[in-house]
Design a binder for this molecule. Structure first.
Ligand code: ADP
Length: 537
């Protein structure tokens, strides 16, 4: 028997309409490329998104067209999220840190018709313009008359583009499974793969994020996570849904400008990958500053280290919520909220629990399996391939011929994990990064975390290198804070923190580690660079 309630087809534009009616004056703050602070509110964002949506239709763009952005976190980009998807077109967010060849690949693979481009990225497009000749129009995210001299064809400013748009535009009804957004994986091996989100998946994901991250309307969110990657972890959807103020940092992601923005805008909740936090906390330490307005932070994308967790908690009195996910999971898969039980624990015990990646968000299921696909127990000990399924988890990559899941809908995340009796999932390593030595596994993440707890180690990266006797052995590559440190110092320091056979055979000191387009360590570069280190000895 069917229920007698009304059916509902979510178009993400309904989210910004909801904010216009219920939180019209809540601020949306952006630091512009010029450094100037721009203020608008949800009412204006919604009206301008309507103008953009209707202007696109007037100019002949239609449902199913893929329209791209090469942009920073700013109010016009936010308007485009709703203006583009709201008419049934697909918002394809481009990552400006991609290698030009990969940028060309994804623009052509997606068949982008428009690129909304931020002024500083125009040269990136000029350099590849002959290889992306199917793009019909470049809309520069600036005022009329502010477009710099350039060699692109069909260039128009965003303000001119939306000028004739209709402020009273009514969003069309679209199928709930219709495509809404497109984001490519970082593609550290092979070509990037496209993940095509739907209106339903983005809406359900946003609704779940609110409870899984404990978001409330009192919060003022600093959106440091980029809007070009996995929908900025869904903040552009759930912030207007809840009606809370968003603060966007634009280009300036260094310690001082971030600190000034947090302080000036009274930010209470900040989201970022560990590297951004390391920069900000380094600045606070050098200037003797405390992040007094921030109450909570979500850190994800890479493993959280104990030293970062302690610094945030003890120096800045911030609750750290670790999140785990990936492009293919929209991204939220698990979160680790600070619970009342945790607050009663001795500090060190609480930290150990917080270092776990967390429990499944309502709506997704997790399990671990062995190499043959057999289920493993949730006992906190068994390590296996982490599989996930749920309504915001990928089914098939964009334009792929077959599904990315098994016949029961499980997607293999490529991570090796444990899950304990209380449902807490812990990432042991990426399957491709785990170090296989003498038939046993070493977690590169655990070794890195042990190393960064040394006061002079700023960042550490561990990779497995081919070894004539043991198959692979670990190499540790370290960035120090400038104080002198030797291999022996590091090994001595690690000795009581990890098993003896985990200790790296070599420790190398460098000025900088290679990071990819989304801030992750590029371990394959180090593996290639030091490939023969142990074979030659
Ligand atoms: P993104 O979500 O940045 O697109 P990718 O899809 O490229 O990232 O990579 C997702 C991977 O990042 C995960 O499979 C996992 O290995 C790693 N990751 C994400 N969050 C965490 C976390 N909190 N701790 C450890 N690793 C993480």
């Amino acid at each position: 028997m069917k229920g007698n309630m009304q059916s509902w087809g979510p178009n993400v534009a309904q989210i910004i309409e909801h904010a216009r009616v219920n939180s019209p004056n809540v601020e949306v703050v952006s630091r512009l490329v010029s450094g100037e602070i721009h203020r608008t509110n949800y009412s204006e964002v919604c009206i301008r998104a309507r103008k953009l949506g209707s202007a696109l239709l007037k100019k002949g763009y239609k449902e199913g067209d893929v329209l791209a952005s090469l942009a920073l976190n700013s109010y016009r980009h936010l308007e485009a999220y709703f203006g583009v998807s709201g008419i049934g077109a697909v918002m394809h967010t481009l990552n400006f840190r991609l290698h030009p060849e990969q940028l060309v690949y994804v623009i052509n693979h997606a068949e982008d018709k428009i690129i909304f481009v931020e002024v500083p990225f125009i040269p990136l497009l000029e350099a590849i313009k002959d290889s992306i000749s199917d793009v019909q129009e470049f809309v520069v995210l600036c005022d009329k008359g502010e477009i710099p001299e350039n060699s692109l064809n069909n260039v128009i400013s965003y303000e001119e583009f939306i000028e004739d748009g209709d402020e009273n535009f009514i969003w069309p009804k679209i199928d709930e499974d219709a495509a809404c957004g497109l984001c490519y994986t970082s593609g550290t091996t092979g070509n990037p793969k496209g993940v095509l989100y739907s209106h339903k998946s983005n809406t359900l994901h946003a609704l779940t994020a609110i409870s899984s991250l404990d978001v409330s309307s009192d919060d003022v969110i600093l959106m440091v996570v980029p809007m070009f990657h996995v929908n900025a972890w869904s903040i552009p959807f759930y912030a207007p849904l809840v009606g809370l103020k968003i603060v966007m940092p634009g280009m300036q992601m260094e310690g001082q400008p971030l600190y000034d923005l947090i302080d000036g805008e009274n930010v209470t909740f900040a989201f970022g990958v560990p590297t951004v936090w390391m920069g900000l906390l380094g600045y606070c330490k050098s200037e003797n500053l405390v992040l007094s307005s921030i109450k909570k932070t979500v850190i994800g994308g890479s493993a959280l280290s104990l030293s970062l967790l302690k610094d945030l908690h003890e120096t800045h009195d911030i609750d750290v919520i670790q999140g785990w996910g990936m492009t293919e999971t929209s991204p939220l898969g698990t979160t680790n909220l600070v619970t009342p039980e945790m607050r009663k624990m001795p500090k060190e015990e609480m930290y150990q629990l917080q270092l776990k990646q967390g429990r499944a968000c309502y709506g997704v299921e997790l399990k671990i399996v062995d190499d043959s696909g057999n289920d493993l127990p949730n006992d906190g000990e068994a390590q296996g391939h982490l599989l996930i399924r749920g309504p915001w988890v990928i089914k098939r990559y964009f334009k792929a011929e077959k599904d990315a899941t098994d016949k029961n809908g499980w997607f293999d995340t490529g991570d090796i994990s444990t899950i304990d009796q209380d449902g807490y999932m812990t990432i042991v390593d990426r399957a491709k990064d785990v170090i296989k030595t003498g038939g046993e596994w070493i977690s590169s993440i655990d070794l890195e975390n042990a190393a960064v707890s040394h006061p002079d180690v700023v960042e550490a990266c561990v990779v497995g290198l081919p070894h004539p006797k043991w198959d692979e052995r670990p190499l540790m590559v370290i960035v120090t804070n400038g104080n002198s440190l030797s291999k022996d110092d590091v090994i001595d320091f690690l000795t009581d923190k990890v098993a003896k056979w985990w200790l790296p055979d070599e420790v190398v000191f460098v000025d900088e580690l290679p990071h990819g387009a989304t801030g992750k360590l590029l371990k394959y570069e180090l593996r290639d660079k030091y490939e023969n280190l142990y074979m030659e000895n």
